[in-house]
Design a protein around this ligand. Structure first.
Ligand SMILES: Cc1cc2nc3c(=O)[nH]c(=O)nc-3n(C[C@H](O)[C@H](O)[C@H](O)COP(=O)(O)OP(=O)(O)OC[C@H]3O[C@@H](n4cnc5c(N)ncnc54)[C@H](O)[C@@H]3O)c2cc1C
Length: 314
């Protein structure tokens, strides 16, 4: 009988695990609380503007991720930006959409609790449940993984050692002149760590110049729980000066990433309890990069397949 697998989290790690398990014949369903795929590989569209306000780009160094990225590039889902930086096209969510093609996805479903009975694992949200899974993979940031794992009566103590830096992000659009003409700007001190000229990325619509600004980790920590208006008021003048904007932005908003970049990763590519068929994966296992999330997701799928191999085919 085909094994049914529930994957919680439609970011790079969850989709990488789902893709490999489906190739091996498992019936995978991917659940996510958001409406859109990709997790922190995110694109915000507002009228004429689009902003990659989470992951800015990715690199592909390992052979498996490189092969996948080459396929995206050939199909137009990704394109080189500058140096070795590659971006999704027309936005950072495009690779996730390509990976999810043909997978069963349930969006807008925030899993609150796991339970297990004779038919297998069930996933419960505020309203509604999905039942009868042989395996559950939790592919959410570590602090969101812990309560889900514990709700199922399980524990992965390693999760407690993962650490993330938060990131406060601004999205700005200008129709007037802007002095800064490069693709990106990195700063080692001050409240801003990174500015990208989003509209310089390949495949973006013509129109106003758009910028994504990432506050430095310390500044983000200090101001994390302030309102978007307060963050904008404090950070925008610094950003405007750095990019040499000669007029006020025609669009400006702020976004809070509570768990943005992994500062301390685990020393394991994934976590897996073969006795009960529950595992966890994500960038926090291997490092603060899209490729690390992919590697963790694939390691997760291989751990599941190894266990199934010992107990007969899927
Ligand atoms: C501001 C910022 C800048 C970054 N810049 C870069 C960069 O330039 N290059 C790079 O390589 N990486 C960058 N990263 C890191 C990169 O985005 C991540 O490492 C990677 O995308 C993580 O993938 P993931 O699948 O582990 O987690 P995520 O992408 O976070 O996916 C987890 C998913 O789980 C879902 N979820 C959470 N809880 C639940 C629940 N209870 N029920 C259902 N769904 C749930 C979430 O909605 C999310 O979609 C950046 C990240 C941020 C935020």
């Amino acid at each position: 009988m085909t094994k049914r697998v529930a994957i919680i989290g439609a970011g790079m790690a969850g989709l990488a695990a789902a893709r490999l398990l489906r190739e091996a014949g498992a019936a995978c369903t991917v659940f996510d609380k958001s409406r859109g795929l990709g997790g922190r590989m995110a694109t915000r569209r507002t009228g004429d503007f689009s902003f990659d306000h989470g992951a800015q780009y990715f690199t592909a160094r390992g052979p498996r991720f490189r092969a996948l990225v080459d396929g995206w590039r050939a199909a137009g889902h990704a394109a080189p930006w500058y140096d070795e930086a590659i971006v999704g096209a027309p936005g950072m969510t495009a690779p996730a959409r390509a990976m999810a093609a043909g997978l069963e996805t349930v969006m807008g479903f925030e899993v609150k609790r796991l339970s297990r009975d004779a038919r297998g694992w069930s996933l419960h949200a505020g309203e509604g449940s999905y039942e009868g899974f042989a395996t559950v993979i939790v592919a959410t940031p570590a602090p969101q993984t812990t309560p889900l794992i514990e709700s199922g009566g399980l524990s992965f103590p390693e999760l407690a050692s993962a650490r993330y830096a938060p990131c406060l992000a601004l999205m700005l659009a200008f129709d007037g002149a802007v002095a800064f003409q490069g693709e990106s700007l990195r700063r080692e001190d001050g409240p801003i760590a990174w500015i990208a000229r989003n509209s310089s990325k390949p495949g973006r619509a013509e129109g106003p110049k758009t910028f994504v600004v990432h506050a430095a980790p310390d500044w983000s920590r200090t101001h994390l729980d302030e309102t978007p208006e307060a963050i904008l008021q404090k950070l925008a003048p610094v950003a405007l000066e750095l990019i040499g904007a000669q007029s006020a932005p025609i669009f400006a908003t702020a976004h809070r990433w509570r768990y943005a970049l992994v500062e301390q990763a685990l020393s394991a590519p994934c976590l897996w309890d073969p006795k009960v068929g529950v595992g966890a994966c994500g960038d926090y296992c291997l490092g603060p990069r899209v490729e690390a999330a992919f590697d963790s997701g694939e390691a997760m799928a291989r751990a599941v397949l190894d266990t199934w191999g010992e107990h007969g085919p899927a």
